[in-house]
Design a protein around this ligand. Sequence first.
Ligand code: NAP
Length: 338
Amino acid sequence: MNKSRNRQILLAARPHGDPKPSDFDIVEGVVPVPGEGQVLIRNVLASLDPYNRIIMGNADSDQPPIEVGDPMFGFTIAVVEQSNNPAFSPGDHVASMSGWQDYAVSDGSDLRAVDGEKAALSAYLGVLGHTGLTAWVGLTKILDPKSDGTLVVTAAAGAVGSVAAQIGKLRGQRVVGVAGGPVKTRHLLEDLGLDAAVDYKAPDFAEQLARAVPDGIDTVFENVGAFMFEALLPHLNLKSQIVVCGVMSQINRTQAADGPNRMPDLLRAVLYKDLTIRGFSVPDYWDCFPDFLDEVAPWVAEGKMQYAEHVIDGLEAIPAAFPDMFQGRVTGKMIATL
Ligand code: NAP
């Protein structure tokens, strides 16, 4: 559907803690006109990511925030409407970083062609997009890809975690997923085929975890941090590797963490268990896209990799829906149709 106006979501206020709908404004402007060498794209799908919270500011992150009043940055899938660039034709589908809005112009350098015949367009925001790349990089470039033994993935029913867990399975590891609530743990077992699933919200979380890792933990794909990593720490085997992909439990924090200082326990474990702990930032690995797709796209095409999506209807629905990501109300990749 062509639209005559360009709807945009702007940052209206910096959140303190969890984001809320009033942190966003929706405005309408004119549709931009492509200049020489540029294309006009119309976004059809928008990705909602924890990263969007980080750029709203007042988050304990090294990522610079956008300004209040700026359009919200975000990954999208778009269709090319007009092209003054020989690399693109009207009707082409592309992945872009043009944000939560209907239209944008681009010189093409930030666009990646996607093929809706090979996979659903939404998959290029999730399992075959920046989300899947994040999981693949963590398991391939940060952890030793030849790891065996038990892999634990936290926020395993989430967008990145669900891909990481399945890559681990397909590469032959025993995979344990941790998620909040019985619906999500059932999803991990029945849909994603993990070896065990642990509900961190259950009163017997510690016992469930101990039962799920009888031989200890060899690798961790960490998305949550804080209490979650504290629970895993005693189960780590000698020479365990930990990739810190995200710290979802800390993402809305604006000040130093409360509670006892566990740093001495952590450093003692790092030394005595000979642990390797590494973080990473996926934009440093964009050039891995072809290698990532070489391994993961066939799994998706052959139905060996499942992906859940939480789809919301319309750009106007984004402000009310986005906070759900921080309340455990989302399974899989969060996407808005525009
Ligand atoms: P996601 O996992 O789909 O969504 C967040 C999930 O985290 C929620 O569904 C919830 O699952 C869990 N969660 C939320 N708040 C929590 C809390 N306070 N305590 C414990 N769990 C909480 O999001 P995603 O897009 O896949 O991202 C996962 C992580 O990867 C995020 O931390 C994100 O920042 C990080 N990330 C890092 C990079 C990088 O370059 N390193 C790139 C992309 C994403 P439950 O219901 O199971 O609690």
